[in-house]
Design a protein around this ligand. Sequence first.
Ligand SMILES: NC(=O)c1ccc[n+]([C@@H]2O[C@H](COP(=O)([O-])OP(=O)(O)OC[C@H]3O[C@@H](n4cnc5c(N)ncnc54)[C@H](OP(=O)(O)O)[C@@H]3O)[C@@H](O)[C@H]2O)c1
Length: 331
Amino acid sequence: MKVVKWGIIGPGSIASSFATALASMEHTEITAVASRSIDRAKEFAERFHVKKAYGSYEELVNDPEIDVVYIGTPHSEHKAHAALCISNKKSVLCEKPITINQEDAKYLINLAREHRVFLMEAMWTKFLPVTKTVKQWLNDKVIGEIKYMNISFGFQNAFDAKSRLFNPDLAGGALLDVGIYPISYAIHLMGKLPDQVVGSAYLGKSNVDEMNVISFVYNEGVMASLSSAISTNTGCYAVIIGDKGRIEVPEFYGADTAMRYDEQGTLVERFHHKHPSNGYVYEAEEVNRCIREGKMESDIIPLRDTLDIMKIMDDLRSSWGLQYPQENNRK
Ligand SMILES: NC(=O)c1ccc[n+]([C@@H]2O[C@H](COP(=O)([O-])OP(=O)(O)OC[C@H]3O[C@@H](n4cnc5c(N)ncnc54)[C@H](OP(=O)(O)O)[C@@H]3O)[C@@H](O)[C@H]2O)c1
């Protein structure tokens, strides 16, 4: 089987988790890592036994050995870093959100098609065995018809105007950082986009949304209440209510367990799947498969879905009066 050779750009917090996954996989090699600082690249390379360390992203994308690049930089940088890779004929797995808005996502998708390379947003939750099981339970109508979903992802962080969570220059805010998970999850479980979306947000001192609450309405009589926060621990959970029971998924974004209950509230089934090294293995396996098969996009996260979700987030931000500095400069 072809060994898929990965490059990593932006060796920060999530890149370490992703590298842990790659390092545990067969027929997979972390060939190079690039940082804006050669010392950080070398330190990361040593930690994960990576052959090559580069002190610039440009050097990595010019390495002919690399098949696919994982981008783990802040939101504001995804467009430029993904474009750098794609223009150099490298396939890309880009951290979520793929870009800060739909217009930039369209630009990357067109560029990837032009250069005939693979592109995927790293919405890893969709690949988890628990997510697949929950989807199967819903398809099998084990809780009857879905009526309501309550999905939240919020954690408490002390305000720091410079951190990527609060800094508008780095496209901070709860929606793009964590709100994308409840939105993507609800749409995935329903299998379609909502008919109505409304939301409200609290914009804090740095003028990014520190908390938000979003409602989805589906015309057939299904509602979802979604929330996210970077300044408050709202928890991380998904509860899906049907007319014949309910499903609960604690820590849904990286879940290894889900429970289903009957109409009386009695636990009927508990599904547990221990992650191999961590939960990022499954998305990496999908990318490996797509690269080996010469695909340009994943069937599980088609680029159309990525665009649709970016549009929902654009509309919500617009209704909150939240534009990022890069977007203002365009006008
Ligand atoms: N899938 C998940 O579960 C998950 C979890 C957390 C975060 N994320 C996503 O992963 C991305 C990175 O998040 P993170 O928490 O890993 O961030 P982080 O720890 O701050 O790391 C980001 C890295 O990007 C590089 N970088 C390039 N340009 C930068 C700039 N202008 N400012 C700051 N850093 C810059 C830095 O590496 P060098 O300077 O060394 O090159 C830095 O180490 C975001 O898109 C986030 O939404 C995903």
